[in-house]
Design a protein around this ligand. Structure first.
Ligand code: F6P
Length: 385
């Protein structure tokens, strides 16, 4: 009796290309395949707490497949269990999950599709325990959600970041400079790694491999000795010097993960210039990679995810996160993924192929093997890796 089913949908966390494609898939699948009705909550969980929603029919999702952002709005700060309210210039935090449950019940919802990243899934895990029939859809440009081979949004961000690396190549070459491109990604280096490999970077620095500035500079100087008098460094915002700390750009008190990273590339540029005397410039891509139209890959993945989320609801398979495993769409319990971050494993084929391309990760071969748990070989020496 799916005709009587009513599902809610929301987009939570930082936006990314493909969110609208999921919404369109959810609404179309719900109506076309099952005759369900759908309502969309505004600005992530905030809409469910404050009862701010719109009803979604096929018209409401018409023409949005290629549109960046989210027509529902989003928030990476609205946590129903720790909801921030400004009182006399100070934030106080309230658990408003009971109001959320009341709204969910009053609206006669059978399921809630929560599209988001780790913060959204952490809250979703809590809501499952309160009896809400949540189904998760994994989103983020960071590609760091546990349990899925890829999140939607990553491919589109990768295209933007790669385009930037391509464009910086010509100016680096013309001016014989070291160009540093900093990309988002938080504690995982997927975006830097992908853009570095796809854009033909010379050095890739990611949070998973704390770098040695001496090795970075040796690589730059070596390229100059070989007559390649420019270098491209792609660095993830969460990268850090060996023995150093990540660079925190700001603290957002009201956000579940309060830390906002950014700015490591300025530190790196000063060090490279100081040690090599080579002119160095910094480009921080920031939120640019979150904008624009989703790539065909993301449109397809988002559509498959959105559709599958509704199929799960129709089968009453609640508490599940839709995931991509190889080329298959599967699902696994949200509680299994919540609170976990999928970092780049040092055994990743992408790292291996980058090494074969002569890309340096800013560490010696010995250090890389040590970090990868592969043991150190006697003849490995100080070769850059
Ligand atoms: O999780 C997505 C992301 O863009 C991260 O890569 C970045 O660290 C963070 O969100 C930025 O958050 P905000 O939009 O709050 O500045």
């Amino acid at each position: 009796m799916t005709e009587n089913m009513r599902i809610g949908v929301l987009t939570g966390g930082g936006d990314c290309p493909g969110l609208n494609a999921v919404l369109r898939a959810v609404v179309r699948t719900a109506i076309n395949d099952y005759g369900m009705s759908v309502i969309g909550f505004k600005d992530g969980y905030e809409g469910l707490v404050l009862n701010n929603y719109i009803s979604m029919d096929k018209n409401s999702v018409s023409g949005i497949l290629a549109l960046g952002g989210t027509i529902l709005g989003t928030s990476n700060q609205a946590n129903p269990f720790k909801f921030a309210i400004l009182q006399k210039d100070k934030y106080v935090y309230l658990d408003r999950s009971t109001e959320l449950v009341t709204n969910y019940e009053r609206l006669g919802l059978d399921a809630l599709i929560a599209i988001g990243g780790d913060g959204t899934m952490a809250a979703a895990a809590g809501l499952c325990k309160l009896g809400i029939n949540v189904i998760g859809v994994p989103k983020t440009i960071d590609n760091d959600l546990y349990g899925t081979d890829q999140t939607f949004g990553y491919d589109s961000a990768l295209v933007t970041a790669t385009e930037a690396v391509d464009k910086l190549h010509t100016t680096a070459q013309s001016h014989h400079r070291v160009m540093i491109v900093e990309v988002m990604g938080r504690y995982a280096g997927w975006l830097a790694l992908g853009a570095g490999v796809a854009g033909g970077g010379d050095i890739i620095l990611i949070p998973e491999i704390p770098y040695d500035i001496g090795v970075v500079c040796d690589q730059v100087k070596e390229r100059n000795r070989q007559g390649k008098n420019f270098s491209i460094v792609v660095i993830g915002e969460g990268a850090k010097l060996e023995g150093g700390d990540m660079v925190v750009n700001r603290i957002i008190e009201t956000s579940p993960d309060a830390i906002r990273l950014g700015g490591i590339s300025h530190q790196l540029a000063a060090q490279i210039e100081g040690l090599t005397r080579l002119e160095t410039r910094v480009t921080i891509l920031g939120h640019l990679v979150r904008g624009g139209s989703p790539t065909p890959f993301d449109r397809i993945l988002a559509t498959r995810f959105g559709s599958e989320a509704v199929h799960l609801a129709a089968r009453k398979q609640y508490g599940e996160l839709v995931v991509l495993r190889g080329t298959e769409i599967r699902s696994l319990p949200i509680v299994e993924v919540a609170g976990k971050c999928r970092k780049v494993p040092l055994s990743s084929p992408l790292i291996r192929v980058a090494l074969s391309m002569g890309i340096s990760f800013g560490v010696t071969r010995d250090r890389f093997r040590e970090l990868a748990g592969e043991g150190v070989t006697a003849d490995a020496g100080k070769e850059s890796f």
